[in-house]
Design a binder for this molecule. Sequence first.
Ligand code: PLP
Length: 440
Amino acid sequence: MQYYSTNHKIKPVSLSEAVIKGLAPDNGLFMPEKICSFSDEYFENIHTLSFREIALDVALKFFGEDIGQEKLKELVYDTLSFDCPVVKIYSDIWSLELFHGPTLAFKDVGARFMARLLRHFLRENKRMVNVLVATSGDTGSAVANGFLGIEGIRVFVLYPRGKVSEIQEKQFTTLGQNIVALEIDGTFDDCQHLVKSAFLDSSLNDKMMLTSANSINVARFLPQAFYYFNAYARLREKGALKDKELIFAVPSGNFGNLTAGLIAREMGLPVKRFLAANNENDVVYEYLKTGIYQPRPSVETIANAMDVGTPSNFARILDLYGDSYDRISGILKGYRYSDQEIREMIRTVFNETGYMTDPHGACGIAALRENLCSQETGVFLETAHPAKFRDTMETILQVKNMEIPQKLKAFLKGNREFVSLPADYAEFRDKLLSYNQMPN
Ligand SMILES: *Cc1c(COP(=O)(O)O)cnc(C)c1O
């Protein structure tokens, strides 16, 4: 299948080119040229299938023309080494827990799939492939863990010194193997600038093969549809959709997760509508209210993975619905929450049910509590494990020694290993080249 750019200024490209390039050369985002849907019959029996079986069926709709079924099965099954269960919180409100992967956030699904797909496309390639990723926290850990131990690929994670949390830092500095952590004496923007300079440096690109694992990559974006289908299947299995329609509430920053849900709906998944839950970075909320889209600089909040002022996947939402405000606002409703409202929601849900929502998931459940009708079953995406935000959670709930999952504890025990660099391109370039001399 071909992939076109949302800016329509380049010719459509193959899947492998879209995955290796990440961003289209005209600065647009790649979109699949067709969205193949399932038959009604498929949904009648979907609850008899496992998560992995469903994910493979969805993957075949996207990638089946480009990758053989056996290979795709291997990629999908290997990606989903963990479950994404639905858990009942209130009589009509369920949590779709996306935090059972290696770094305890939903980005594990896309990052693990992309790593394996990239490896597949580069299998004939004899040269080492170098993935560069700048991170303000969560992306670095999902990408580093997704690519960990994948042969023929080396990952450089650039992060700003002193500006990522201890838990986040441990998740990409303790891995070793093919992961190199570069601590930059500067800001996240400096890190991103170094990465961009490297991609534009043609003599460096002649010497080493460089690629990006940015979240807009189709190989990270499309697999996020897997768990929407599975949520529907599991709710059917539990009898939670009898005479009820399904709605999803998605805590959103760059809107990749939500856009994957919209694509699932275009493929026929019976979802009535979606709620987009923002923190104070609410440009899409404003758009849904007024029809005017006005990006602005982000502000810091306690749901920091959603601190995005220019949501990159908004271009995909516009593209999907032919730029029609009426169509978009018919399916999508926006909500926004201040830090104070997020704190109160976390406390309310915990006091009423004993369930801990992280600051991102709390925005999702808040939107459902405001909007759910009696004929609906609501699912919010619990995008990360609350323990990733331990200090914030302990303060909000006034608890001490919050329970930390084993996986997170293992990271905390590891020894950090990193290379410190100034925010200087010449030094960064030399460092990259020094790795290039090493055999792997
Ligand atoms: C990345 C992230 C989000 C935002 O997801 P988008 O796809 O960018 O909208 C929400 N919650 C958590 C925990 C995240 O890491």
